[in-house]
Design a protein around this ligand. Structure first.
Ligand SMILES: [Zn+2]
Ligand SMILES: [Zn+2]
Length: 318
């Protein structure tokens, strides 16, 4: 570890308070976490005893291979109490067919939130629904046995999806509570048809004649494209109602919409820029603040700079 003056500190990791070590551990991926636990007896003893460390597990195949990952998962057992501690599993970005999110439902009986986003090639709602139904019928996944509240599945390349309802129903059968998905069908009616319907609806005779049958036909023409429930315009943060094909112009800023991936990248760039600007503003404020004090009383300023409470005051602007 390098200190501020560039010297290498010889302080061992075990000399840091266990609170600091555990607050680092909660941010590690599963394999790195086990590597830390296995460093020495001291860490194993303390980290295994801190429940918060095991509530949320992050899987990242960049840091291990499949056998290390599954070996890591097998170490969550009823006998050591770890299995029932896990409430959240994050698999985002691991687009690998050998890493199944459904296994997590079997493995962790107290799972509340499962996130398997940005897995373009390994996400298939139809196949996943079938597999869930097989596990349900075979008794591996019992009715209303898991407190699963949320499942995130979104990726940028979803197309038409006729199995979403069956998927939702199957998850609801397994969970103790209704499961919230991060995706939904676009459900917009094509523009020409909407205009036609609007024209017809202005004619009172047509309204009278409009039968239930016709209503069903129009709803079957709704767009079946999958979109993220939380999709916002990068330029004005307006929440999108439909997919970018059905709603090509943003209703908030009237700009032409970008495809979902490009939209999110722009959004992230913008957020990053804003953070940098805020940081710069904070640094400038800190400099200006010090300068004013300098002009007033240099002696007082020196004291203030050394005062640790100053850091806290400025953190309000962070
Ligand atoms: Zn659509
Ligand atoms: Zn907009």
């Amino acid at each position: 570890m390098t200190t501020n003056n560039g010297l290498v500190s010889t302080k061992s990791l075990t000399e840091y308070p266990i609170d600091i070590i555990s607050s680092i551990a909660v941010h590690l991926d599963l394999c790195s976490l086990w590597n830390l636990v296995d460093t020495c007896q001291f860490f194993r003893y303390h980290l295994l005893a801190i429940q918060e460390v095991w509530r949320r597990i992050v899987i990242d195949i960049k840091f291990c291979n499949h056998s290390q990952l599954y070996a890591g998962l097998r170490r969550f057992r009823d006998s050591n109490g770890l299995r029932s501690l896990v409430q959240q599993v994050i698999l985002d970005g691991n687009d690998d067919a050998n890493i199944s999110w459904i296994i997590m439902l079997v493995k962790f009986p107290q799972l509340r939130h499962l996130s398997a986003r940005y897995r373009r090639f390994s996400t298939n709602i139809e196949t996943d629904t079938r597999l869930l139904q097989e596990l349900y019928k075979g008794g591996t996944l019992k009715p209303h046995s898991i407190p699963l509240e949320r499942v995130d599945m979104y990726h940028y390349y979803f197309t038409s999806e006729p199995h979403l309802e069956a998927f939702q129903r199957t998850l609801d059968r397994i969970s103790k509570v209704p499961v919230q998905l991060d995706i939904r069908l676009c459900s917009m009616v094509p523009k020409e048809e909407r205009q036609q319907q609007q024209q017809q609806s202005q004619n009172p005779l047509v309204i009278m004649e409009q039968t239930m049958e016709e209503m069903t036909i129009s709803s079957s023409n709704e767009c079946q494209n999958i979109i993220a429930k939380e999709a916002y315009c990068w330029a004005c943060l307006y929440p999108f109602e439909g997919c970018w094909k059905c709603e090509p112009i943003c209703n908030g800023c009237q700009k032409r919409r970008l495809p979902p991936l490009a939209n999110d990248q722009k959004l992230q760039d913008l957020q990053r820029q804003q953070k940098q600007q805020e940081r710069q503003k904070f640094i400038n404020m800190k400099k200006e603040g010090s300068l004013i004090v300098l002009e007033n009383n240099k002696q007082q300023c020196d004291n203030l700079i050394d005062d640790p409470s100053l850091e806290d005051e400025f953190s309000v602007f962070d």
